[in-house]
Design a binder for this molecule. Sequence first.
Ligand code: DGT
Ligand code: CA
Ligand code: CA
Ligand code: ZN
Length: 587
Amino acid sequence: MSGTNQILSGIFRNMASMYRYLGDDQRFRALAYSKASRVLNGLNVDILEIHKKNLLDDIPGIGKSIAQKINEYIKTGKIKKYEVLKRKVPHEILELMDISGFGPKSVKRLHEKLHINTKQQLLNAINEGRVQGLVGFGERKVENMRRSLKLINQAEKRILLTHALSISDRILQQLSKIKEVHQIEVAGSIRRKKETIGDIDILVSSSPKDRSKIIKEFIGIQGVKSVLAKGPTKVSILIHEFNRQVDLRIVDDEQWGASLLYLTGSKEHNVFLRTKAKKNGYKMNEYGVFRIRDGRLLAGKTEEEIYRLMGLKYIPPELREGKDEFELTKQKMISKLVTIDDVKGDMHLHSDGSDGLSSLEKMADYVQKYYTYDYIVMTDHSKSVRIAGGMNERELQQQINRIKRVNKKAGNDYIKTGVEVDILEDGSLDLNDHILEKLDWVCASIHSGFRKDNTERIIKACMHPYVNCIGHPTGRLIGKREGYSVDWVRVFKVAKATGTALEINAQPERMDLNDELCSLARNAGVKLVISTDSHSEKQFEFMKSGIFIARRAWCTVKDILNTQSWKTIEQFVQSKRKRHQIAGNLK
Ligand code: DGT
Ligand code: CA
Ligand code: CA
Ligand code: ZN
């Protein structure tokens, strides 16, 4: 895709915040733009294609006026209304509105009383103690603002893995069309699948004589903002999308493996390899591995031959963080790490029964058409999550009936019934046991009270006989919200003891559990479920990101429930219920 979907989705999200800022009489506009932003983000077709076919007016969820704005953007690269709004509204600090407890009224007051328009001005005002005196700005609120500003600042330095991957995929696609390019690969943190990415590194091999042609084509690709540095084998450019730096390095075929290894990193992994090389009497650098004694080149063409020469198994890039991955190779675990092909189902997704964009039938049809899964679990929100249109007991019962009808018609049991039930403030659940008991799978999540310690709340949910999984356990949103505090050692113990799984939520902003907590959970013997939490058909693709987390945490199929047959999952559910029954009978 061209990336235009994402850009427009971002613009509409900003416009929605701007209308929210402008006041209550603009709230319908705010809602319309917010919806349009989500629709564009969820669209699985390039908006440029839709525009070409003159079908902008037919996209569900996008009205005529917004379709016109899309048309205007594609034709002129600008939306006039957006430019006007930007002049009227202190838009730079609007992103602060995403953080709870900090609404449009606060932004307005800062703007009117202190003439604050930018994040830097706000930070200065906080540091000089000017905000603290303002009506409605208590000490805690100001402290929260300071922390949010810090998060946003960090987030601007790095982008989410999925965004980086969509950029690098596009560039790789364009460059691999050049016939002088022999080999091409993305390197650096993208290849290691870190959850956030600083800059984008690309490696190419070619004959030395073709380098200048390749560099010329690279500088000419779509979306280049400026050229930062240019040499005979190295170029750095800045691209418009996310204002990112892209580094290109061109090497000879003989050096390909050594360069790829070097440029993939991590630095710590490389340091370990170089140290090991030295002990063996070798010298290792980005050009190859050489014998110190006579300078002879021993390996360099492929990564595999280099690892082999060092007496090591090939280490997949996701594991190259310099954290004991060399030990892992000895345990023969590497070949058993979970892969995308192991996944048998997606166990957390939403339909228009709550805040998803498509009907459950459409979601199910799509998965069956494009994925080889054996099952999916519908998990719409429960009633207390009102902004997400959560279901009450009666509505959930209707959904269960509807799923049964769909399955019957299809002659299978593909769609499993479930819910993402809200964990309330006191740790109890948002739906009664009568309805929960009927479900195949219950995911329980926290959607409120992010500022306090939530250990007890999660533990109480784990103790509930019908809860099978805790959704997005930390509650963090990368660059927007830190996870609430939780005593993970205790939670992992309880999860294991009660037979409750924890989720690896693969939404790009969540990645929750992250690789480190996931690794601790696995060590504690906790079962994990990788879920996309899809709100539209396109999002089923996020499963890959969840797999990256699991691999970085060294998980095998044994650790990941949704690599198992539905029968095994049923046993997981039933054995928890049975244990509670026995405990209840003994009371
Ligand atoms: P990022 O861009 O911050 O997300 O992280 P990386 O890992 O992509 O880092 P980057 O772009 O600075 O460098 C790409 C790779 O190049 C890095 O993973 C390892 C290698 N590299 C860069 N600088 C050094 C260095 O000073 N020593 C060694 N051994 N390797 C380096
Ligand atoms: Ca990088
Ligand atoms: Ca770089
Ligand atoms: Zn959800």
